[in-house]
Write a protein that binds this ligand. Structure first.
Ligand code: FE2
Length: 179
């Protein structure tokens, strides 16, 4: 979970871990039960990663980059989209057709996030911050990941579920439905 190095090293290592899990999912045939296992692992890593980025990376982006507010707002919007996809995915089994659609969406969303940060945002941050500032942010991000939740909590919980797999959704996402 915690890797080492400055904030960019730390977050890039997270990206590589998630890409590795996506590769494992893609290497298995549709319906294979381990696709769900790897999707759950990717969700845990991604929720931690997002929480840490939102707590420390994007505030630093706002502070240090001239177009930081616009960049940070776009990243937050992308996080909200991916988090909703992960929540929908959580209610699906590997054998559901909806699982294949949702995991495809999630991989596309996250690969876009990764490319955007690594090609655009991180180079700008590296140029704008001192090595000491980047190291300090790395420590804060590692700390945030230790206490972050591991399940998706989309920012718009009142939206109806987009998935047909909702009967298997866990109780936290549907309220106390049983009596
Ligand atoms: Fe990221």
């Amino acid at each position: 979970m915690g890797h080492g190095g400055n904030v960019i090293d730390e977050l890039v290592t997270d990206h590589r871990e998630v890409e590795e899990l996506f590769g494992k999912i893609e290497a298995l045939p549709p319906g294979h039960k381990d696709r769900k296992v790897y999707a759950d692992q990717a969700t845990i890593e991604l929720v931690r990663h997002s929480v840490a980025e939102e707590a420390y990376l994007y505030p630093a982006v706002r502070e240090h980059l001239p177009n930081g507010d616009a960049l940070a707002d776009q990243e937050l919007e992308d996080h909200a989209t991916a988090e909703q996809t992960m929540k929908d995915l959580e209610g699906c089994d590997a054998g559901d057709a909806e699982f294949d659609r949702l995991i495809g969406s999630l991989m596309a969303e996250i690969r876009e996030h990764i490319a955007d940060e690594e090609q655009n945002l991180f180079p700008q941050l590296r140029a704008a911050c001192s090595p000491e500032q980047l190291d300090e942010l790395g420590d804060k991000v590692r700390q945030a990941k230790k206490t972050a939740p591991t399940r998706p909590h989309p920012s718009a919980p009142d939206k109806p579920p987009r998935t047909s797999c909702s009967p298997r959704a866990p109780a936290w996402s549907t309220g106390s439905a049983t009596r």
